[in-house]
Design a protein around this ligand. Sequence first.
Ligand code: UD1
Ligand code: CA
Length: 466
Amino acid sequence: MNKAIILAGGQGKRMKADMPKPLFKVLGEPMLEWVISACEGAGVSDICVIKGFMGEMIDEYLAGRYTTALQAERLGTGHAVMQAIPFMKEDETGNTLVLCGDAPFIDAETIKASLEMHEKQNNAVTVITAELDQPKGYGRIIRTKDGISGIVEEKDASAEQREIKEVNSGAYWFKTSDLISLLGKITCDNAQKEYYLTDTIFLAIKEGKNAGAYKSENADIIKGANDRKDLLALNDYARMEVIGKHLANGVEFICTDGVVIDRHVEIGAGTQILPGTIIRKKTVIGKNCKIGPNTVVENCTLGDNVNLHAVQAFESVIEEGVAIGPYVHLRPNTKICSGAKIGDFVEIKNSTVGEKTAIAHLAYIGDADIGKRANIGCGTVTVNYDGIEKSRCVIGDHCFIGCNTNLIAPLKLGKAVYTAAGTTVTRDVPDYALAIDRGVMKINEGYTLRKLKSQIGHSHISKDKK
Ligand code: UD1
Ligand code: CA
């Protein structure tokens, strides 16, 4: 079976953070996850991640999904791969892919195409390369008539070799059994006193084995991050790639300022994404929607013709034809059914809002099930928490909840219940009833004038009145 080893031991000193470099995120996902998903996409799921600096964070992130091996000392890329020898020995019959955990844009197509070449040429090792205008810092590929003879690191290269523009991406296919034996033969006899994984190539050739190079047309597979500026460049690049994909699918962007869309998000044709819109994780958006400006949508499913303006929505379902905003917060496990309207300064959590129901202004709806065609008045609050337990409110179809109603949960309002403005509802209300809870209103005439006179001796209001 084919395997993959991902090198994720680097600290990335220039990041200036207590975190392994491969855990830094590009479009919301750690670079390591991008590399893992390229492997998975190419059908390689037997993966060992080599950890080093703050390796426990790698374990915590992977949460047991893949094998890990610790490189306790940083003695070079060859030494890093040696730590995975027990993992390789579990099954030596296939090939092993070695990848860098901090070069996120390696893709499944490149992995598959290079494997095909690796197998066809019966190579012990096939290195994935690319041509760069600025090859500085990378290992240079030494080509021969019918293959390659080796890779020379920048620090070990002659002036002539430094002119070579084809470089080592840091990704390779090996025959697993050859890799195990070649790792036993590399030394640290070089400018950096490191065990270079790249030395396996000339060693293989010395033993009469084949070594090849697969040149990727897409030089972006090589892009990595050494510092925060590089990481920003990776994010910028990935952001525009994702936006480009949506443009091709018929999504409209009038201006991409502040627009960040994670790579797994799906958006239907005819939808318009306005500035300041961040769409995260596994969000799915229908056709002909208008999202933004200034909106965050995370792990939500939206139907067609949804309009979100200045909305923060998390883990929620919004059906077709719903209009929400501005300044609305949808917290997890909320469902807004088709045709509902949610207006400004409304917070909804763990609730269902029925078809064509309106919550037009200033309300808190938590742990509630609201039926269809209800009207929830301004200032309505579901009082769902007594300090110890959360309880639910059920509000039937066609209810009309007056302004400033408090609904003390647990509570059930039947069909078409009215509540008078300002009512605090403490018991269930049957179908078609009115709940009203008011003291008798009194009018005390001349109160203000008497109060001012007694306190400051005169009333400017009474003078004005004359
Ligand atoms: C290496 C290659 C070089 C290639 C470049 C691509 C070698 C000797 N050289 O360069 O030909 O062009 O990658 O980026 O392999 N790592 C460890 N443990 C170590 C050393 C490195 O885990 O002891 C990891 C790093 O975290 C990184 C990867 O291996 O993910 C590459 O290491 P890095 O030092 O960035 O690359 P170079 O050695 O400069
Ligand atoms: Ca190095």
